[in-house]
Design a protein around this ligand. Structure first.
Ligand code: PEP
Ligand code: MN
Length: 351
């Protein structure tokens, strides 16, 4: 059950609702929202009686039963697609949003050159890892704070927003000082201490699907962040492990429209990690647009053959420019299917 309080509900009204919920044997699990208080109710009790009682209380806007195990992120809770606004950009809004940049921030020249190139080609957000989760402890682990500073410098020079990975709960505060969007990598999708810490970080979170995670597990991880106070979560399909070895991962494109049925959160696709192969990135990007993803996150490097990580899947700057050109007809398709999706959402919210 989720209770939404009215915009100007008083602290006293909120307390009384929480007390009443407890009288029915439920627990008040979390309260979220910047503008309005939303109360999550969990446990076992008489749902119908509780709903009826709460709905009649002063200060209550609505009380709804949510059958999905993930509550705040479910479409049942919020039928309208979530729009996340930052630096004049909207993710989940009326424009397809492209994030691009190197796998790792390597040095000033590399990140500046990439940032300028991807911005000129139409990207709105610069990606780049300062903290890198590497399979081998002997591989490049990222520049750390130095990398974060270089990203901030590139943002200043180009106006691009910055998305970068945070790997542990202890580093959330530091990364949030530099990043516009906090990335949770596939390997950390179920790092619950990190997810909880991101609930209070004050920045949108890009949550990547774990390489062996189900859609339900992805949504439960998003629920962690939301239940801890941060409703601005972007989901990312980045490929999953299957028996196939011809590609680095198997891109589960069906996850995108399925997530659009289950959740109001924006969903983007990472065709770089999903395939591991540069040549497959443009066609999968076009496919992602055609099936209604909210955007892409793509790896781009000025000299992929010299990249310190993921060079084989990185587009050159010219390759990225071409990819953006080829994307155009698919964006017309995207707009056509997008409009009815939003209309349906509005209708659902009215009834
Ligand atoms: C990355 O974005 O560079 C990355 C490590 O991605 P993933 O967590 O999806 O493997
Ligand atoms: Mn990478």
């Amino acid at each position: 059950m989720i209770i939404s309080m009215r915009l100007h509900a008083t602290a006293d009204e909120i307390d009384q609702v929480c007390e009443r919920i407890k009288e029915f044997g439920y627990k008040v699990h979390s309260i979220v929202g910047e503008e309005r208080v939303v109360i999550g109710v969990v446990g076992v009790g008489d749902v119908t009686a509780c709903l009826e009682s709460i709905q009649a209380m002063p200060g209550v806007e609505s009380a709804v039963r949510i059958s999905a195990p993930y509550k705040f992120v479910s479409k049942e809770f919020k039928p309208n697609h979530t729009r996340i606004r930052l630096n004049g950009i909207e993710i989940g809004g009326d424009d397809f949003c492209v994030m691009a940049g190197p796998c790792s921030v390597e040095n000033e020249k590399q990140i500046m050159e990439t940032a300028e190139g991807v911005a000129a080609a139409g990207a709105k957000i610069l990606r780049g890892g300062a903290y890198k989760p590497r399979t081998s402890p002997y591989d490049f682990q990222g520049l750390g704070v130095e990398g974060l500073k270089l990203l901030a410098k590139a943002r200043e020079a180009t106006g691009l927003a910055v998305v970068t990975e945070v790997m542990s709960d202890g580093e959330v505060g530091l990364v949030a000082e530099y990043a516009d969007i906090m990335q949770v990598g596939a390997r950390n999708m179920q790092n619950f201490a990190l997810l909880k810490a991101l609930g209070g970080c004050g920045r949108p979170v890009l949550l990547k699907r774990g390489m062996s995670s189900t859609i339900k597990e992805l949504l439960m991880s998003a629920e962690y962040i939301t239940a801890h106070g941060n409703a601005n979560v972007i989901l990312c399909e980045r490929g999953i492990r299957t028996f196939e070895t011809a590609t680095r991962n198997t891109c589960d494109l069906a996850a995108v429209p399925l997530l659009n049925e289950l959740t109001h959160l924006p969903v983007i696709v990472d065709p770089s990690h999903a395939t591991g192969k540069r040549s497959l990135v443009p066609p999968l990007s076009r496919a992602a647009a055609a099936i209604g993803a909210d955007g892409l996150i793509v790896e781009v490097h000025p000299r992929p053959e010299r990249a310190m990580s993921d060079g084989a899947q990185s587009l050159t700057l010219e390759g990225f420019r071409e990819m953006m050109e080829q994307l155009r007809p698919c964006l017309d398709l995207w707009r056509q299917f997008r409009a009815p999706m939003n209309v349906v959402a509005v209708r659902q919210s009215i009834k």
